[in-house]
Ligand binder design. Structure first.
Ligand SMILES: *Cc1c(COP(=O)(O)O)cnc(C)c1O
Length: 401
């Protein structure tokens, strides 16, 4: 159930004729978040320094790691944050195990290779969760693997990985755990008590509903303190970035001031909505409306309901002879809804996101736009050609977290 005050805010989310972004980011943001950017800040001004500090404190509190970790922001998109974190924390010569079930896990492997770090990958098909028993066996067999990296929600498909078990197994073997929480943190509960992570990486523009331009990592202070001199890069050295911010509150290089102002506002709205739990509820309701509506129109989801995160949903490309994806995409866009092409090795697909400053009415409108688009393509019944009689049409189970 959507809180009525949130519904009012959501109605105010677009300024003018913006399309709704049903994508993995950038996303639809609230009007107040956009408005927060209508000022120019001096990067050395006390007011701006306070904004940076407030954001750092808030992020640590959301993950419940105020006493053990530090929040280090970095300019750029999420990938800049991933590369900066890996290069800073993993010393040359140390070995890392990547648990991979999608494109973002593969990107982590690529980054480690590119920056000259030793990497071993365990891989799963994109529609299956990472298996913690394989992790357990790998760490048991190879004591030289010092770090484990995993993606919380693989945005490639929208699959959720079991962070609690992965955290428990990693710590039972006394290894470091780095989480790419880019598309999960802020909407899928995770905290230092239930998942003992050493670093968690995310960005301003996904579940926090800020604008793009800033990534950050929450890093165990004791680990970061040891990380001086590791980094492969000057600009992506989070140790130096942290030392600079600690010394005088200032970023080493020009900060994305407007992005921070918008993020500060977005974090305030996150808190007012009711924090992670409330955002999880809203996104879950968005997903349920989307999945149920799309199934009624004859579409099939790639993932089983039990592993589908309330972030982004992958739909299989329909086999109907009249269905043409480019036209589908363009028509939906003309109707005000931007979706996302698939990124799968596994199957031809497309994705529709459920995150951003969107609620039930926007998701219902999106499903109605899909229906109208199918009609315009001359498709009465997409499922008429369905060869699979066990088509899932049951209502969606909530994904456990
Ligand atoms: C979005 C995302 C990233 C970073 O992507 P950018 O395009 O660089 O912002 C990294 N990992 C995951 C899981 C993501 O969803």
């Amino acid at each position: 159930m959507l809180d009525p005050t949130i519904a009012v805010r959501l109605i105010m989310n677009d300024s003018g004729n913006d399309k709704y972004l049903l994508t993995p980011g950038p996303l639809t943001t609230s009007l107040a978040t956009k408005r927060a950017m209508l000022r120019d800040w001096g990067s050395r001004d006390a007011e701006f320094i306070a904004i940076t500090r407030r954001i750092q404190d808030r992020l640590l509190a959301i993950a419940g790691v105020e006493n053990s970790h530090v929040a280090v922001p970095v300019q750029g998109s999420g990938t800049f944050g991933v590369e900066a974190t890996l290069g800073t924390l993993i010393a040359p010569g140390q070995r890392t195990l990547v648990l991979e079930n999608g494109a973002y896990g593969r990107r982590i492997v690529t980054i480690l290779e590119r920056i000259g770090r030793e990497v071993t990958a365990l891989s799963w098909p994109e529609d299956q969760q990472v298996d913690p028993t394989a992790l357990d066996a790998a760490l048991r067999e190879d004591p030289s693997l010092e770090h484990v990296i995993v993606v919380h929600c693989e945005t490639t498909t929208g699959i959720l990985n079991d962070m609690v078990t992965i955290g428990r197994v990693t710590k039972a073997h006394k290894r470091r755990l780095i989480i790419d929480g880019m598309s999960a943190f802020g909407a899928i509960p995770i905290d230092g008590a239930s998942v003992p992570f050493d670093a968690l990486i995310a960005s301003s523009n996904k579940c926090f509903e800020g604008v793009p331009g800033m990534a950050f990592a929450l890093i165990a202070r004791q680990w970061l303190e040891l990380a001086g001199g590791n980094a492969h890069s000057l600009a992506l050295d989070l140790y130096e970035q942290w030392r600079g911010l600690e010394a005088n509150g200032q970023w080493r290089f020009t900060p994305p001031t407007h992005v921070l102002a918008a993020f500060d506002q977005a974090l305030q709205e996150h808190r007012e909505e009711g924090g992670v739990a409330a955002r999880h509820r809203r996104y879950s309701a968005n997903r349920d409306i989307l999945v149920q509506g799309m199934r009624e129109l004859g579409f099939e989801t790639l993932l089983a309901d039990g592993v589908q995160a309330p972030i982004i949903v992958t739909f299989l490309m329909p086999a109907h002879p009249c269905f043409e994806f480019t036209r589908f995409y363009d028509d939906l866009s003309a109707r005000g809804f931007v979706i996302y092409p698939g990124k799968l090795a596994l199957a031809d697909s497309f994705r529709i996101g459920c995150i951003g400053a969107l609620g039930a009415s926007e998701m219902q409108a999106a499903v109605a736009a899909v229906k109208a688009t199918l009609e315009a393509m001359g498709i009465d019944d997409l499922a008429a050609r369905a060869s699979n009689p066990t088509d899932q049409t049951s209502s969606l189970n909530r994904t456990g977290t």
